[in-house]
Design a protein around this ligand. Structure first.
Ligand code: IDP
Ligand code: MG
Length: 138
């Protein structure tokens, strides 16, 4: 069990004005932000990030969407971080996300679903290293 996870506030979360509220929920849930940046992914970088989904039918739309506007990327620290953060964000499809979860409160659809959260300790490491150098982590 690791103490780290990786998140993005996706383009819809930023565009709809929810960045502050989402960060507030993250901090109030006990996560410490150990790295954070505001950036826009190129389609190439978004494609690399989501390469595990290459064979899925929604891959091209996902790449287009994730590179359509700025995002906030962050590394979060807490005991049981990966699992606790998946609980805080709720199901991929916001219509199935539990009441009070970030996706339930702030997401509009299964593709524009407000936030990303790592699905395993191994992927949390890979994803954090994809965005941040050692000099950008605290
Ligand atoms: P997750 O973000 O809850 O881990 P994944 O299955 O890893 O969900 O999918 C990655 C992202 O791809 C989702 O967050 C969502 O933006 C998008 N996605 C997943 N399933 C679908 C779908 O059926 N249609 C369109 N987009 C999807
Ligand atoms: Mg996933």
């Amino acid at each position: 069990m690791s103490d780290k996870t990786f998140t993005m506030i996706k383009p819809d979360g930023i565009a709809n004005g929810h960045a502050g509220a989402i960060l507030d929920k993250i901090i109030k849930a006990g996560f410490k932000i150990t790295a954070m940046k505001y950036l826009q992914l190129t389609p190439e970088r978004a494609g690399q990030f989501y390469s595990i989904h290459k064979e899925r039918p929604f891959y091209n739309d996902l790449i287009k969407y994730m590179s359509s506007g700025p995002i906030i990327a962050a590394v979060l620290e807490k005991s049981n971080a990966v699992e606790d953060y998946r609980t805080l964000i709720g199901a991929t499809d916001p219509t199935k996300a539990a009441p009070g979860t970030i996706r339930n409160l702030f997401a509009k659809s299964i593709d524009a679903n407000a936030v990303h959260g790592s699905d395993s300790d191994a992927n949390a490491d890979i994803e954090a290293n994809f965005f941040f150098s050692g000099f950008e982590r605290f």
